[in-house]
Design a protein around this ligand. Structure first.
Ligand SMILES: Nc1ncnc2c1ncn2[C@@H]1O[C@H](COP(=O)(O)OP(=O)(O)OP(=O)(O)O)[C@@H](O)[C@H]1O
Ligand SMILES: [Mg+2]
Length: 266
């Protein structure tokens, strides 16, 4: 697939195949094409050349079996967690019907089950505006699950969250994907989180795919390939908790970057 915006080549002949159920993390610096890739996968953008296929079926318009979670939670503040989750069934019901909560029992059960999956069953009646950013993002995941997709796309779902909430949200995403055998494609900026939760990794640079592989190949050289000369200190701890400490201003120099990356490659 190639996607051009005027003279800008946002995606340059990118091609890959994902077996059902894989949990794929897309990495790359700002402007490398991550959002464009995800937006094309959900038909929010049309590729200039090439196509996305689910099975043999080309994706030409947004569809129910592909759910998308955005960086900004875009949930409705005034509604409860439960009502927000329930809007995931919108496409199966009329808009007005959804607002009036005229969904059938199975939709309601799905909403509760989805809230349970993201650890928010106890907060179901909590108004979204009273929830933390991490909780709101989990409501967003619940809503995507209620859509009952087979493919889950997320464009930097944890970009606006602190490290602890980021880990939690990624954990719930991973759990939800496993539980429902969803194919997940998630863009991230944090290499440490990618490493902790990812199964397969796709690296973009200037719109080109510079890496596509599994955990055992995702080492320091690959990270250099994806990020080039960018200062990546603090992104490379073997465990995200270490990265949190490092960003708190403890030991952070070039040698610790290399040392901790050794841990990562294990
Ligand atoms: N609608 C658009 N019109 C024109 N150019 C665009 C459009 N969307 C993206 N681009 C360009 O395509 C390239 C890839 O952008 P994209 O948003 O996919 O990058 P990204 O990897 O998601 O970056 P970030 O990490 O900052 O979100 C950039 O050069 C960007 O300016
Ligand atoms: Mg983006």
């Amino acid at each position: 697939m190639t996607k051009r915006f005027g003279d800008t080549v946002a995606l340059d002949d990118v091609s890959f195949e994902i077996p059902q159920g894989e949990f794929v993390i897309v990495l790359g610096v700002s402007g490398s094409g991550k959002s464009t890739l995800l937006r094309c996968m959900n038909a929010l953008e049309t590729p200039t050349e090439g196509e996305i296929r689910v099975g043999d079926d080309p994706v030409t318009s947004p569809r129910d079996d592909i759910a998308m979670i955005f960086q900004q939670h875009n949930i409705i503040d005034q509604m409860t967690a439960y009502s927000n989750a329930l809007t995931g069934s919108l496409n199966r019901n009329s808009f007005i019907g959804s607002l009036l909560q005229l969904q059938d029992e199975s939709d309601k059960l799905q909403a509760l089950e989805a809230l349970n999956t993201v650890g928010l069953l106890d907060e179901a009646q909590q108004s979204a505006k009273r929830m933390s950013g991490g909780q709101q993002q989990r409501v967003g995941i619940a809503r995507a699950l209620v859509q009952d997709p087979t493919i889950l796309l997320a464009d930097e779902p944890v970009a606006s969250l602190d490290p602890g909430s980021s880990q939690q949200v990624m954990g719930y995403l991973r759990t939800a994907a496993r539980k429902r055998d969803l194919t997940a494609v998630i863009s991230l900026h944090q290499v440490n989180l990618a490493r902790k939760f990812g199964e397969r990794f796709t690296g973009l640079r200037d719109g080109q795919k510079v890496f596509d592989g599994y955990r055992d190949e995702f080492d320091m050289d690959v990270i250099d390939q994806i990020y080039g000369d960018i200062d990546t200190e603090g992104m490379f701890a073997a465990d995200p908790d270490e990265a949190t400490e490092a960003s708190g201003g403890s030991t952070d120099d070039a040698s610790s970057k290399r040392a901790s990356s050794g841990g990562m490659a294990k």
